[in-house]
Design a binder for this molecule. Structure first.
Ligand SMILES: Nc1ncnc2c1ncn2[C@@H]1O[C@H](COP(=O)(O)OP(=O)(O)OP(=O)(O)O)[C@@H](O)[C@H]1O
Ligand SMILES: Cc1ncc(COP(=O)(O)O)c(N)n1
Length: 265
């Protein structure tokens, strides 16, 4: 049994965060362990409250799992602030962890902030250089790259800028790209500093996409744990997400979750 670790926030509504990661890893037949960074009071309508754990509490969870379990891959989701990013960085170094997938979560689908502004710099300087891949959505890529003019909306320019921070791959997710709904294509762009890979899927018209970003990065980490090369890991993860969005179901009155279980069909 391959093992993967998620370091992320809890979504009490079960659609995103740690809960989405555990479901995703489980349906990929990966043994999943979790380190919780924050407890969000959240449902399909939004985030009602956030309690961020101390970096000490995150540190002791990491020590517990890393002194005992050996992981083939890990992912980070909501890291909330600079101190937590620094603790994660220190442990990745101390335990020589490989196959690190960094999903730089900043804002929930509902628009609620999940990262302190000061932490953007820490991500870029400390954690990105250790990552095998970073997976920002278009909005996050824009904040991280800080480009001006037309380049701001260009995934190719954004990928070229972000690869400079030292991750091996950059994946710019296109679900929030206004072009996606217009052209009816959800396109993600992978870049390794010299080659581009475009991953396309039909853009599905549904409000139930809560947790897509978390689940995509957890699926990439699962596929890396299973031994896939990065382009294949992303291709398979994208197939998984497209199926999970297509098979979504109604939970709650707002933006509902995707259906992780379709993979078991
Ligand atoms: N309506 C859609 N139809 C098809 N694929 C989609 C749709 N929305 C998002 N995706 C895909 O889902 C994955 C997550 O992309 P997105 O850009 O939404 O990331 P995110 O913003 O981090 O996720 P979230 O919406 O959970 O915050 C990508 O592979 C993207 O192409
Ligand atoms: C704890 C937590 N982590 C991540 C997200 C982002 O997911 P989404 O953008 O789909 O709301 C979230 N809403 N909550």
């Amino acid at each position: 049994m391959k093992k993967a670790l998620t370091i992320a926030g809890s979504d009490s509504g079960g659609g995103a965060g740690i809960q989405a990661d555990l479901k995703t890893m489980t349906v990929h037949q990966i043994y999943a362990a979790s380190v919780i960074t924050a407890i969000t009071a959240q449902n399909t309508l939004g985030v009602q409250d956030v309690k961020t754990l101390s970096s000490k509490a995150v540190c002791s969870q990491l020590e517990s799992v890393l002194t005992d379990l050996k992981f083939e891959a890990l992912k980070t989701g909501m890291l909330a602030n600079s101190k937590i990013i620094e603790v994660v960085t220190a442990k990745v170094k101390k335990y020589s962890l490989t196959n690190l997938v960094v999903d730089p979560v900043m804002v929930a689908t509902s628009g609620d902030l999940l990262l302190k502004k000061e932490a953007v710099k820490t991500y870029k300087e400390k954690l990105f250089p250790l990552a095998e891949i970073i997976t920002p959505n278009l909005d996050e890529a824009q904040v991280l790259a800080d480009l001006k003019g037309v380049q701001k909306n260009d995934p190719y320019a954004l990928a070229q800028e972000l690869i400079k921070y030292g991750s091996r791959y950059v994946l710019i997710k296109g679900g929030h790209n206004p072009q996606a709904a217009k052209n009816k294509v959800a396109q993600d762009l992978l870049y390794d500093g010299s080659q581009y890979w475009e991953f396309k899927a039909p853009y599905l018209k549904t409000k139930n996409t809560h947790g897509t970003g978390c689940s995509l990065s957890a699926a990439i980490a699962s596929n890396l744990a299973l031994g896939m090369e990065m382009p294949t890991a992303v291709e398979k993860a994208k197939e998984f997400i497209s199926g999970a969005i297509e098979n979504n179901f109604e939970v709650g009155a707002g933006q509902g979750p995707i259906n992780h279980f379709w993979k078991l069909k």
